[in-house]
Design a protein around this ligand. Sequence first.
Ligand SMILES: [Zn+2]
Length: 138
Amino acid sequence: MSDLYNQDVSFDSTLFVRLLCANTKIVVPNYIEITFQAGWKNIVEELIKSISRYPIELVQISDLYSLLDVRFEVLKQTREVNIWRAIDQARQLSKTTCAQCGNDKNSWERNIPSHKLCKSCFKNSGRNNKTGTWLDKY
Ligand SMILES: [Zn+2]
């Protein structure tokens, strides 16, 4: 039952990304909008690592529509295709990873493609009136 309290409510995705991008070529502007839950920390960390040598400016990282979405601007001549590949890989991973606890959610999610949460997080999501889907944004 301990997983009831797994949700890291103090997780600050903006701060997390800012710290990851410190001392890299990635620029994180002040106005940037970064919203994703703690379960996708590892995915985002791997993504930032794999693109950290490219001079880009992040525009947005979001979990709208239940997938990790990353937007960026190219600052200098750069291998843009490599960045797109890395972002697509992160997006595919977010498809099968619970946005809340980071566990594999593939086993049950198949029939409900818009779900960001694994079964156990979904069961507990009624407690905070979240549905675990993109509807939570509204
Ligand atoms: Zn979960």
